[in-house]
Design a protein around this ligand. Structure first.
Ligand SMILES: Cc1cc2nc3c(=O)[nH]c(=O)nc-3n(C[C@H](O)[C@H](O)[C@H](O)COP(=O)(O)OP(=O)(O)OC[C@H]3O[C@@H](n4cnc5c(N)ncnc54)[C@H](O)[C@@H]3O)c2cc1C
Length: 92
């Protein structure tokens, strides 16, 4: 991917904050505080994920044993979620 982007002359903006998206226009603020507008044919979000497990504390107090696995423990892939489940099933 790192080689394909420059090869296809894709402009990469680092440390740039997306302010809002209107249709196919993205308004951003550059690192130096400059506002800029990027217009394209499509807007595709390819963002990372973080675990979000608000029920763990609640379950910990009401259930005898609680296990966190899969993306709720550590965002990864299906294989990791299956391995997590396997490890828990083997341990209990
Ligand atoms: C767009 C995308 C593409 C992906 N492509 C791949 C791929 O090609 N290969 C790969 O290996 N991995 C891929 N992944 C990652 C993979 O989907 C996850 O790592 C995997 O699904 C994690 O499994 P999980 O059981 O932990 O969570 P999930 O599969 O997310 O299961 C959690 C379940 O809990 C339910 N849930 C959430 N909150 C509540 C609630 N309050 N009450 C009741 N139910 C609730 C959800 O509806 C969901 O059904 C992809 C992920 C995304 C987002």
């Amino acid at each position: 991917m790192k080689e394909l982007l420059p090869y296809n002359k894709v402009a990469v903006r680092l440390e740039t904050k997306v302010e809002n998206v209107t249709g196919t226009t993205v308004n951003v603020t550059e690192k130096n505080g400059t506002a800029a507008e990027i217009t394209g044919d499509s807007v595709i979000c390819a963002l990372g994920y973080r675990p979000n497990n608000p029920f763990v504390k609640l379950l910990n107090t009401s259930a005898k044993e609680t296990y966190l696995l899969g993306d709720s423990r550590h965002v990864a892939n299906i294989m990791q979620a299956i391995w997590d489940a396997y490890a828990v099933a083997k341990a209990i």
